[in-house]
Ligand binder design. Structure first.
Ligand code: 5AD
Ligand code: SF4
Length: 446
């Protein structure tokens, strides 16, 4: 085998997938592979797929199509596909039928087996499909190659039990499993020792975190707020964030943690999905508009200046014009700092896929445009109001749009671009906000 083996990885979808890709990168590094950004040039190509984002299927199959050529030129080139899409049987069937150049198909529950699968494909030259229907025990201690040096994602739980009727996640990521608190603390201490200053705790629904003590599954449980208090004590970690929270499970104890734990950033992502009670009910969200708004007010009262973002779906089956207007009015009432807006799209195997009152595409798009206008107007207003404030920013690196400027985020998770020296990367700096735009801020070092 050649000496300098290279791999290419493409990650679609959410932070969970990003985190899984870090693990895959870590495992490949241990096998002696280095990462390349050029797929043409790689020995192993991985696509880590997503089932949630719009058009994910199309993009994925498009990319797979392009890989055929490389495989024809270099039969030793290994194509691996994994992630949420692989947990759906019809996807596996399609790959087998139409994309026979794929070598390894694995799922979300057996990432830890990847080195074994890869070695086996290399030695046996046989294709492997290994997708576990259910999650096994949580596997700890996997290697990882982090995306960033100074901030890190930390999984605290996997899976979801909520079964929102539009969502595929409970089927692709399985039931809720929480890591034990000792493992999380150990990981975060190691990250801190390695120079990480900001952590983002990840879970589909972090508010229902319930960790058992190591070696004692029936012992006293640690809940999400308890975990924050424990993490607050770790020296070196200066900022703690988390995502995502389900409004139905957000506890008063967590709200108290915002007050008590200085490291917990005053920001929350609180997906509302719809402002209509009828739609929320059919989505199986377990809260209504009034309860959601009460929660927003409670958070704002307890945590002054807390910034808020959300997810909203437009055109859920049966959504009437009035239902949609209820969503619009909720957006006006809350005034989010930012929002992710989604056109409802059918996910095979979910309850809502079978609802017979699907909304015509043009109606969805028309509503979507109105929603985006409202969302962006509020973002621009909130960002404009930041002008004149001084924010303590962890300098993350050069800005994505302009390599000559630096970028970081405010405590409230707003992107700030400012001029500065690369030597500042990884340090905290005070930045005066001089302009608020729709999607970001411009600042000046003070
Ligand atoms: N159609 C549109 N948006 C969806 N989301 C999840 N499933 C769907 C779907 N079928 C959105 C939700 C969720 C976000 C991650 O993706 O708003 O909060
Ligand atoms: Fe999907 Fe609902 Fe679970 Fe979020 S809470 S992952 S939207 S089922």
């Amino acid at each position: 085998m050649k000496e300098d083996k290279k791999f290419h990885i493409q990650t679609m979808g959410c932070q969970m997938n990003e985190r899984d890709s870090e693990t895959l990168c870590g495992m490949l590094a241990e096998l002696g592979y280095t990462r390349t950004e050029n797929r043409q040039d790689s020995d192993v190509a991985i696509i880590n797929t997503c089932s949630v984002r719009d058009n994910a299927d199309k993009r994925f199959f498009g990319t797979l199509g392009q890989l055929k050529k490389i495989k024809e030129q270099r039969p030793d080139f290994i194509v691996c596909v994994c992630g949420c899409m692989m947990q759906q049987q019809y996807i596996i069937d399609t790959i087998k039928q139409k994309y026979p150049w794929v070598d390894i198909i694995f799922g979300t529950h057996n990432i830890h087996e990847f080195p074994k699968l890869l070695k086996s494909v290399i030695s046996e030259k046989e294709k492997i499909v290994d997708v576990w229907k259910d999650a096994g025990e949580i596997v700890e201690g996997m290697p990882s190659k982090r995306l960033y040096k100074f901030k890190a994602f930390v999984n605290i739980m996997y899976g979801c039990n909520n079964f929102c009727t539009y969502c595929i996640v409970p089927y692709t990521r399985g039931r809720e499993r929480s890591r034990c608190p000792e493992e999380i603390l150990k990981e975060v201490r190691a990250l801190a020792a390695d120079g990480v200053k900001e952590i983002t705790l990840l879970g589909q629904n972090v508010n229902s975190y319930s960790g058992s003590p190591e070696n004692d599954p029936d012992g006293k449980k640690t809940d999400f707020a308890d975990l924050i208090y424990m993490l607050q004590e770790i020296e070196g970690i200066e900022k703690i964030r988390f995502m995502t929270s389900h409004p139905k499970d957000l506890s008063d104890k967590l709200i108290q943690a915002y007050t008590d734990c200085g490291k917990l950033c005053a920001n929350i992502h609180l997906p509302v999905q719809s402002g209509s009670d009828a739609v929320l009910k059919r989505m199986n969200r377990h809260y209504n508009r009034e309860q959601y708004l009460a929660l927003v007010n409670k958070l704002r009262d307890a945590v002054p200046g807390i910034t808020m973002s959300t997810d909203i779906i437009v055109g859920f089956p049966g959504e009437t014009e009035q239902d949609f207007e209820d969503t619009l009015s909720l957006v006006e009432e809350v005034g989010y700092d930012s929002a992710f807006t989604f056109l409802y799209s059918i996910r095979r195997g979910t309850p809502a896929a079978g609802y017979d009152d699907q909304i015509p595409e043009e109606v969805k798009h028309e509503r979507f445009d109105r929603l985006v206008e409202a969302v962006n107007r509020h973002s621009a207003e909130k960002n404009a109001a930041m002008k004149g404030r001084v924010e303590r920013i962890l300098v993350e690196g050069p800005s994505r749009h302009d390599k000559t400027t630096l970028t970081g985020r405010t405590e409230g998770f707003k992107v700030v671009d400012f001029e500065g020296d690369e030597s500042m990367i990884g340090t905290f700096r005070d930045v005066l906000i001089i302009e608020g735009k729709t999607f970001s801020l411009r600042g000046k070092l003070v």
